[in-house]
Design a protein around this ligand. Structure first.
Ligand code: SF4
Length: 429
């Protein structure tokens, strides 16, 4: 059997809880934001104590921690960056993800043994660019999301630097995030961590004649016949193409979403861990399991597509109006403990659930089972019908053994999705 280089599964972690969840659910590495120089100013960035705890937790389990410092710096922004990078090195951080050459130069001088990864913000899309950064001493390049699979294969022929590529998560409709829409609408700079996702807002759409008269195509949410227009892209999922990425020699498979929940992080890590392990263990008999696809849909935010890997996205990869498929599951709890003698599980509530609900347990390694919740007690032993208080502790009997950090979700009531005149909207753009 041929030897394959197993790529790293790299997960997002906006908080310490998400970092631990990602590692428990199979991530080989996580990327987090420090309190300075990152692009997710609202993603729950880590202070030094949390970085310290996160690095120790990850390293004890064989995982790595990367810190994003990928903002575009203006004059003065870089002040203190030397101490920041030195501190990260002292804390044992495995690499920093940077795009601004000023920060790259400061990091290389202040913390010469701290590996640097070039952020996707730098839009690296050809092997000459990769070689340039390799010669500057960078260890890895995170490719632009706009790179195709054929281009990755071409790059691999010519470079001696690690390649990281996105496999799952939200796409930005602007080229590699170069966007001023958020600045324009809310004075929040997307390139300095403030994107307010204004592309995904709902807009009325009009064209204008030569006399400057507005002719509304859709009036946004006020128009009952037309759905509001947005410029949102569908999300990326490469679950059907993991073999292509591995065969192309990609070193790190990146999941996007530092602002997403532990439900999302655990679900997506679980699935890609399973897929990568399965392909590397036996590529000849590998099949994409329907269970993996179904699982991703339980935590999906939008519709899923393969981005730019196999061609330029068409209008079908844009969400001009209402989404066509709605995620059907809600995260309701996390296992805090389990007594094998009584089969009682202790659960922390994360969303309302009640007696009579069909709930689904899942855990690392794609363990799953469903059961009907027939009885439940609160922390004081009182029988209750509904777990309605945020983060409350409840207990109930489970049909199969569970483990600490297993998660619970339940199906949401079916949401009717309206069909929409998408072709008509697109044809009039
Ligand atoms: S507003 Fe939209 S297009 Fe602009 S950076 Fe944010 S996500 Fe990307």
């Amino acid at each position: 059997m041929k030897q394959l280089k197993k790529p790293e599964v790299l997960a997002p972690a906006g908080t310490l809880e998400k970092l631990k969840t990602a590692v428990i659910y199979g991530a080989d590495a996580v990327f987090i934001g420090g309190e300075a120089y990152g692009l997710r100013s609202r993603a729950g960035n880590f202070g030094y104590d949390e970085i310290d705890e996160g690095v120790q937790f990850a390293h004890e389990r064989g995982a790595k921690v990367y810190i994003t410092a990928n903002m575009v710096t203006h004059e003065g922004d870089e002040e203190g960056a030397d101490r920041f990078f030195q501190k990260l090195y002292e804390l044992g951080v495995d690499a920093v993800i940077v795009s601004d050459p000023a920060l790259i130069a400061i990091c290389a001088e202040a913390a010469p043994n701290l590996p640097i990864h070039l952020s996707t913000q730098a839009s690296a899309a050809n092997y000459e660019t990769l070689n340039f950064w390799a010669e500057e001493g960078l260890e890895r390049v995170v490719l632009a999301r706009e790179v195709s699979m054929a281009e990755i294969m071409e790059m691999q022929q010519h470079v001696d630097v690690e390649i990281e590529a996105f496999i799952h998560g939200a796409m930005c409709i602007s080229y590699s995030g170069r966007c001023v829409l958020s600045n324009h609408m809310e004075r929040r700079d997307a390139n300095r961590g403030g994107c307010c996702q204004s592309c995904r807002w709902k807009y009325g759409l009009f064209d204008m004649d030569f006399d400057g008269n507005r002719n509304f195509i859709t009036h946004g949410e006020k128009d009952p016949d037309w759905e509001p227009f947005s410029m949102s892209s569908v999300d990326m999922s490469m679950i059907h193409h993991i073999p292509d990425l591995i065969e192309a020699g990609v070193d790190s498979l990146k999941i996007e979403g530092r602002m997403k929940s532990i439900h999302y992080v655990s679900t997506v890590c679980n699935v890609y861990r399973a897929a990568v392990d399965a392909y590397c263990a036996d590529p000849e008999h590998y099949v994409v399991k329907q269970e993996w696809v179904d699982e991703l849909w339980k935590a999906a935010q939008r519709e899923l597509a393969s981005g730019f890997y196999y061609g330029i996205p068409s209008e079908n990869e844009q969400l001009f109006g209402q989404r066509r498929r709605i995620p059907g599951y809600a995260f309701v709890g996390q296992v805090l403990g389990y007594d094998p003698e009584t089969q009682m599980a202790t659960i922390q509530q994360r969303n309302n659930f009640k007696v009579g609900d069909i709930i689904e347990f899942y855990g690392p390694g794609m363990r799953h089972f469903e059961q009907v919740l027939s009885q439940m007690w609160d922390e004081d032993g009182n029988e209750i019908e509904v777990a309605r208080h945020a983060m409350m502790t409840v207990r109930f009997k489970v049909n199969h053994p569970v483990q600490v950090n297993d998660m619970i979700r339940k199906e949401k009531p079916e949401i009717k999705v309206k069909t929409r005149p998408r072709q008509r909207v697109a044809s009039r753009l």
